[in-house]
Design a protein. Structure first.
Length: 462
């Protein structure tokens, strides 16, 4: 009886998977041949056999849900670097990140060489007040080693109810031992738009990512900067902006454009073939714009840069961007999990696909670390940005076949040593680094040339 119930369970799982494939097949019936011709049933039989082997012979008992989740994750990650399966808790974290606030300690973190590393503390938060700095290594959270811990797992441990405490063990360059820091969690606002005046008549806006309120926050920032005599020029800083919501990127570009195409997408199904165009603005922003980009400028931020460049609305200054030209759709599932699936490529107004290629600046200005840094710090701050073309399994750029010799990092063209832009804490004014100074100089020259042209219009000959 036990053996019979196991068999029933196994084939129930396979039946569910068959139904999933059939639903997908029905949804895309005009694109796929029958499941029989594709050999789906044969492959599902192999999957069922492996599942049965694991349930029967694996050294420990494994929950079927874990096996199925793992199988789905493996299937999606085999497609490209940006398709993935989001477990219920991971999907909730993704939703939180786009809403504008969360409860935690207030740091941006990443995995660098497998080590949980602070990118920057958010100004005014518990982490900022406790003195955490960029490049601090978090080696333990509540005594639990962070080695081999995923970002999602780390975020889950660091976040918690307001007023609760969490202890982290950090290491900083030059220290001889770890330091334990106990922080009290608080509500952390996520502000994606920061602005200030660089000089009289010249404004600065940095967009760190694209979330729900980015476009409205940008409009508020521009209104403040334009008060009085208005602006002679604007620097729009998209350096180290990893992207975010597509609709917000379109709205941001629309703020600076009065007409014309912003971006279009092309996928296998009709619903993924979309065109986004600019609309006339109630308030015109008629001043020169310089957009700062670098190797950390990716996805949605490349849409903005590409649109403003193709529509001749702004000068792009800095270094080559990341090159992520694909669109991911989040598809919720019944159990609270979700699928992040690459469903389309996007193209700039002129028809360029920046997939694995990036946006080339109109004026190349490499980042130079400030002179006051030591030689060691300069070396640590200068590194090659990981770009889309470096990711194994990345989508090919079909418009540039000569550069797609191998579908992975090996064999790709080598990019010379690139340098990072300044790592700017949220809410903190950007320092006047060399790229920003150059952008300001370009705006001033632009303004001078405009005055010369207006004062000396070209004479026509009869």
């Amino acid at each position: 009886m036990k053996k019979f119930s196991k068999s029933v369970h196994l084939w129930s799982v396979i039946a569910v998977l068959v139904c999933i494939f059939l639903v997908i097949g029905t949804y895309q019936a005009h694109h796929v041949v029958s499941a029989k011709e594709n050999g789906i049933y044969e492959q599902l039989k192999i999957f069922g056999n492996v599942l049965n082997l694991v349930e029967r012979d694996y050294v420990e008992k494994v929950q079927p849900k874990k096996l199925i989740y793992g199988a789905i994750q493996g299937m999606l990650t085999s497609l490209d670097p940006h398709s993935s399966f989001l477990r219920p808790e991971e999907y909730k974290e993704l939703q939180v990140e786009t809403k504008g606030s969360f409860t935690g300690i207030g740091i941006e973190i990443s995995l660098q060489d497998g080590i949980l590393t602070v990118i920057s503390p958010i100004e005014g938060t518990p982490a900022y007040k406790a003195g955490l700095k960029a490049k601090d290594k978090i080696l333990k959270i509540e005594g639990k080693p962070t080695k081999n811990m995923t970002l999602i797992q780390a975020v889950r441990l660091l976040r918690g109810p307001k007023g609760s405490k969490v202890t982290i063990s950090i290491y900083r360059q030059g220290w001889r031992r770890l330091k334990n820091v106990t922080l009290t969690r608080d509500v952390i606002p996520i502000k994606s738009v920061h602005s200030r005046m660089l000089e009289k008549g010249y404004g600065y806006v940095r967009i760190s990512n694209f979330q729900d309120k980015t476009s409205s926050d940008l409009e508020d920032a521009l209104e403040k900067l334009e008060k009085g005599k208005g602006l002679k020029g604007l620097v729009l800083d998209l350096r180290n902006n990893p992207g975010g919501l597509l609709d917000q990127a379109v709205k941001v570009a629309d703020i600076f454009l009065e007409k014309g195409l912003i971006v279009y997408t092309d996928g296998r199904i009709k619903e993924q073939r979309m065109r986004f165009v600019a609309h006339p603005n109630k308030h015109h922003h008629n001043y020169p714009i310089v957009v700062l980009v670098n190797g950390g400028t990716a996805s949605a931020s490349e849409i903005v840069a590409g649109a403003l460049q193709d529509q001749k609305r702004a000068l792009i200054v800095g270094t080559q961007t990341f090159g992520k030209g694909s669109v991911q759709t989040i598809i919720p599932l019944e159990d609270g999990s979700a699928v992040r699936l690459t469903t389309a490529r996007y193209y700039t107004p002129s028809g360029r696909s920046i997939q694995a290629e990036g946006i080339s600046p109109d004026i190349v200005v490499p980042f130079i670390p400030p002179a006051e840094l030591s030689s060691r710090e300069k070396m640590e701050n200068s590194f090659h940005f990981l770009r889309e073309s470096d990711l194994a399994g990345h989508l090919l750029n079909k418009t540039m076949p000569a550069k797609n010799k191998l579908h992975g990092p090996s064999g790709e063209k080598k990019i010379g040593p690139a340098t990072s832009g300044p790592k700017i804490a949220e809410g903190k004014a950007a320092p006047m680094d060399n790229q920003l100074r150059e952008a300001l100089r370009i705006l001033k020259a632009w303004n001078i040339f405009s005055q010369i042209i207006h004062a000396n219009p070209a004479q026509t000959t009869k």
